[in-house]
Design a protein around this ligand. Structure first.
Ligand code: FE2
Ligand code: FE2
Length: 264
């Protein structure tokens, strides 16, 4: 089955809205069965809607999971990221997208199961040996992870991660047939890049969660679509399908690897 995959559109940068438009045009020319957007479209709901609407002309199922930027609360309302999650769900519905955070989607022989996922610092670099409270503060020396300011859950990240993991675990159990697992955060620790310098590896802590990895491994998942890292990954083998196809920030000058991927 042919899939269109894209993540990290970050269309609040005007250049990115432009780039997203030309990618959408290319997508619409593909003969594909489903489209997956793996989060980080924008923190502004009207911009999320405008971006999702670029894919209006795609005839197959359009699937979505939110990213951390999509649930940012830059100024209220809404007041917290839980409410923002609901608001993003409304945007999806209005834009003809199926929010995998709420329910599975069956497309051909596959069940798409998805979640934004969250992090609990379990992917932190062992070499850095920082304390839990350093990661919880999301600031260390001159480094700041911006979720510190805008992701407003009102509870510790570990509890948030556990909530998303528990919810998607139920959806995985309910899935029939082969699963394509879609997440915004990184589903497997081996996909976290450790560069060996603190200015990069500090952010490893915010990539994902071992608890979620345990759940997907226990469920025997071998097909993954994710985002968040802004680092393209294309691994398609007989036992593995792992795709990250980000647009990324303008300064990163990433180009999505390609438009479509065949999943078997
Ligand atoms: Fe992103
Ligand atoms: Fe992200």
């Amino acid at each position: 089955m042919r899939l269109l995959v894209l993540s990290d559109l970050h269309v609040d940068y005007p250049q990115n809205m432009q780039r997203a438009r030309s990618i959408a045009d290319a997508f619409l020319r593909e003969d594909a069965e489903a489209l997956v957007i793996a989060g980080d479209v924008s923190h502004k709901p009207d911009q999320i809607e405008a971006a999702l609407r670029l894919f209006d002309g795609f005839g197959g199922p359009r699937l979505f999971v939110p990213g951390n930027h999509d649930v940012w609360v830059v100024r209220g309302p809404p007041e917290d990221s839980w409410q923002k999650l609901d608001l993003v769900d409304d945007v999806c519905r209005r834009s003809g997208f199926h929010n995998l955070e709420r329910r599975n989607a069956t497309v051909g022989p596959f069940t798409f199961v998805g979640t934004m996922g969250w992090y609990d610092y379990s992917f932190a670099s062992p070499a850095l040996a920082l304390r839990e409270q350093d990661y919880a503060r999301k600031t260390w020396h001159d480094l700041t992870y911006m979720d510190a300011k805008y992701a407003k859950w009102g509870e510790p990240d570990a509890d948030v991660a556990a909530w998303f993991t528990a919810a998607v675990r139920k959806r995985l159990h309910a899935a029939e047939g082969p699963v394509v697992f879609v997440s915004h955060h990184v589903p497997l620790e081996e996909l976290v890049l450790r560069r060996g310098h603190a200015s990069w590896d500090f952010f490893n802590a915010y990539m994902g969660s071992r608890e979620l990895e345990h759940v997907v491994r226990t469920a025997g998942v071998s097909r993954f679509v994710f985002g968040h890292t802004h680092r393209p990954v294309t691994f398609i083998g007989p036992q593995r399908f792992v795709i990250n196809n980000p647009l990324g920030y303008p300064r990163e000058a990433l180009n999505p690897v390609r438009t479509s991927f065949d999943v078997t």
